[in-house]
Write a protein that binds this ligand. Sequence first.
Ligand code: FE
Length: 263
Amino acid sequence: MNLSKDETGKTRLMTRIASHRGGTLEYGDSTPRGFAATAAMALEEVEFDVHPTADGAIVVHHDPTLEGTTDRCGAIAGLTLAEVKSATIHYSAGGHPLTLEELCALYASSSVDFRCEIKPGADGLAYPGFVPKVIDLLARHDMLARTTFSSFLLSSLDDLMAATDRPRLWLVSPPVLKQVGVHGVIELCKAHGVPEIGVHIDTADAALAKVIRAAGLDFGCWAAHAPAQIDKALTLSVKVFTTDRPTLAIGLRTAFREKETEA
Ligand code: FE
């Protein structure tokens, strides 16, 4: 039932949809509203980013700082949880940043699984000792077995490998893909034991998918927000794509699959 064909005609599992930051273009960036709505959607994953607070809590927020999307300023890692919680997220009906614990509670009875991105701090470097704390919290709340991890940082992927056998994927940015090249990226994946790559949808094509899959790696995309980008991800039969427009993506996937069934 949940099968699809890729560019070579090979049968693949249905492309998974990940609601990016709880569906930023539909509900605002990393908002309680968006995460609650995503929990009830007919999709497979909710993507979110985590940061530590100064007093040991873990907060679900995209930026390492508050000023981009809330009415408060400062680096999350330099603030207490109470200070972070006092921030009101713009365009979120008065919502405040969620803790990872609160997100776990929201998804405890949801069929949507976690895609947890390990972010660097405001200085661009990984937070020291952060990954084991994230894993411990997810395990304590029975969500670790339902979590896939992602990161742009190979050092964070190394930390993940040392701490858990849960799936990990490397988010490869357009400049890295361009500078390192696909074969270099594949070599790095092998060297770091990473089984999956996610590229920006605009850098994805059938040739890239073919090379990555031929190397035995899973292939996914991120930032598929426009209908043409979502259709491209579906046509390439990627394993998973993130989107800021989860409701739109669900509709397009349903239409795509109906067309495929008719063909
Ligand atoms: Fe992210």
